[in-house]
Write a protein that binds this ligand. Structure first.
Ligand code: SF4
Ligand SMILES: [Zn+2]
Length: 126
């Protein structure tokens, strides 16, 4: 049985992963880091496919990284880790199978609440 990745399961055909809205980008990155079993393979594939392209020639979130972050990674290697108290740091705790710290739990709860409110807002707009 093949497991679908979060972007493959998305109701909007992965639209979230190509949004330019800042909160959508955070949400897509969180899905990649928190829930995708293929994140590293996805990132490796994107970096290979994009080769030495500039940021403006890269599109969407792949492997949890934005076009700019992938360009940075390709050019300079891994960036410093996100500090605790951010959803990305929360995702890192999860990835490492360690208990998230209080600051990261608070940040993740706020992100989840924001996400819920935005979904409700979108549903009401339809
Ligand atoms: S890591 Fe890649 S395959 Fe996984 S959800 Fe993100 S974009 Fe999709
Ligand atoms: Zn933390």
């Amino acid at each position: 049985m093949t497991t679908l990745t979060p972007c493959q399961q998305d109701d909007d055909n992965g639209e979230l992963w190509f949004s330019t809205d800042e909160l959508d980008i955070i949400e897509a990155k969180g899905m990649c880091f928190n829930h995708c079993p293929a994140r590293q393979a996805c990132l490796d594939l994107a970096l290979t496919a994009e080769g030495g392209k500039g940021t403006d020639s890269r599109f969407g979130i792949f492997g949890g990284l934005t076009p700019r972050q992938r360009r940075q990674l390709a050019k300079h290697g891994p960036a410093p880790e996100a500090p605790c108290g951010t959803p990305l740091a929360y995702a890192r705790h999860r990835r490492r199978q360690e208990p998230p710290c209080h600051a990261c739990c608070t940040a993740e709860a706020a992100r989840a609440q924001e996400r819920k409110a935005r979904r409700k807002q979108r549903a009401n707009a339809c």
